[in-house]
Design a protein around this ligand. Sequence first.
Ligand SMILES: Cc1cc2nc3c(=O)[nH]c(=O)nc-3n(C[C@H](O)[C@H](O)[C@H](O)COP(=O)(O)O)c2cc1C
Length: 176
Amino acid sequence: MDEKLKAFYELYERRKSVREFSDAAISAEVLSRLLMTLNRAPSAANRQPWHFIVVEKKGREGLNALLTKEGFRNAPVIIAACADPHLAWVRRTDKVNYSWVDAAIAVTEMIGAATAEGVGSCWIAAIDAEAVKAVLGIPAHIEVVGLIALGYPLEELKKENKARKPLTEIVHYGKW
Ligand SMILES: Cc1cc2nc3c(=O)[nH]c(=O)nc-3n(C[C@H](O)[C@H](O)[C@H](O)COP(=O)(O)O)c2cc1C
């Protein structure tokens, strides 16, 4: 495998959920690169049924009060990933609305880029979504998919062996 390809795959080994952040800020330049990946993400029928609210640490008392882990309150940036189900593509055969899938894909793209930048991240789904909506002024018809904490990890991101199911348990060839 050539070096560039190796470096790319190593990203997946370095990424982990980061719940303790240093006080270092994320520069405007880095943040704008991360936001670009959200905008570049694929979505069903290219509907882009999403909104992302960037909440920096200063003045974040209201949102911080809703977070269950102290480490998240120290993250320099928290992004609220929101879905607009009214804009999303809906699968005709079973009426499944893809807004959450699309929003999650965009976040995943951003998390990959964050890892490459050395920025740690953690999805936070364990929230009171209605309370988050109230604090951030999110319109009633919009759904909060999750919060993403971003910041430089206290411990450097390095290759880790994660507890995962064996591939043979989850990958099926040909049929289930
Ligand atoms: C959709 C989603 C929601 C999550 N919600 C939370 C959360 O509310 N709080 C938390 O501490 N971690 C949360 N996590 C992080 C997971 O616990 C973590 O991804 C999992 O344990 C695997 O560990 P790793 O990310 O370090 O590989 C969430 C992850 C995902 C993908």
